[in-house]
Ligand binder design. Sequence first.
Ligand code: NAD
Length: 342
Amino acid sequence: MEVKRENILITGIAGFIGFHLARQLLERGYQIIGIDNLNTYYDVDLKYARLNELGIAKHCSEFYNREVKSANFKGLSFFQLKLEDRANLPNLFRKHNIDVVCNLAAQAGVRYSIENPEVYIDTNITGFLNLLQCMRENQVSKLVYASSSSVYGNTDEVPFKVEQSVDQPISVYAATKKSNELLAHTYAHLFRIQTIGLRFFTVYGPWGRPDMALFLFADAIAKDKPVKVFNQGHLSRDFTYIGDIVEGIIATLEKDLPNNSKYGIYNIGNSKPVKLLDFIEALEHSFGKTAQKEMQPMQPGDVHQTWADVSDLERDFGYAPTTDIQTGIDNFVEWYKDYYRV
Ligand SMILES: NC(=O)c1ccc[n+]([C@@H]2O[C@H](COP(=O)([O-])OP(=O)(O)OC[C@H]3O[C@@H](n4cnc5c(N)ncnc54)[C@H](O)[C@@H]3O)[C@@H](O)[C@H]2O)c1
């Protein structure tokens, strides 16, 4: 049965995916509570700028655990709050009637996790458990959460299928995402919380993350600096446009798992891997400029390829990505030029 739910808690709302998801849901009339710790892993002003688009002004959101109501959307409240806060997160759940949770808050980034493993455990594992506990104590019955294609590790079995073994992560980041899937299974089993894990495949688009390839390449091309091409360009990624990702998330929020199941894991990708050098070529086309390429070795923790089999998400939730790579990159470059005035 399809159920339209009213109050959605989005964690990581100032992040790339959380912001886009919130905007779409608000335009569709949902009530949203958004939380984010506004950390400085990347340019925090970009996070404030995204919040500003949602009607949450910077000077209001700078205070910890204070409710800020949106000036643009009457259905939105924001709290600067940490996922691992064991006093204030439970309070938030007690005070608000939350129907469903979408957990997008995480310490992201594969390479950063090699040097800074602790923050990944704090946010992605301790924080995730805190969220599950709040749901359990307040009888919140549905969780959609971000997992990652990185759980597949360095495998040659393509396209990646959910049934494949994911027991050999090659970064701390990937290990924490796999841990989320295990904890979600436990809470689904013990407390009948419906949990849907989405393994995202390299998401890109306007308002994207400054630590990710597209942004780094665009920045280098715009500033006539060399583009660092890892593994001499012998990498491919299943780049997935943000608009398609948001439609996929909304489908899983609006519809329940089939057969009254309480535990689901799905790939969410474009299912059309693109070679790194073709990706750069599409970017050159958008900028109307040739990139200076600087060939670099393979980076520790990185995988050679990603490619999602999305047939399960198609079957159960009608997922159908539609954005081709050139259109997606053109949209990103248009935003980038406008935002950074280049
Ligand atoms: N973007 C991708 O390509 C991609 C790929 C695979 C998985 N994911 C996952 O999707 C989710 C969203 O990714 P994104 O690209 O929007 O990343 P993002 O870093 O832009 O967004 C995450 C947000 O969570 C917030 N956050 C971090 N730690 C927190 C904490 N302890 N408490 C509260 N808020 C906290 C950050 O401030 C940030 O705004 C993450 O879980 C990420 O691991 C993303």
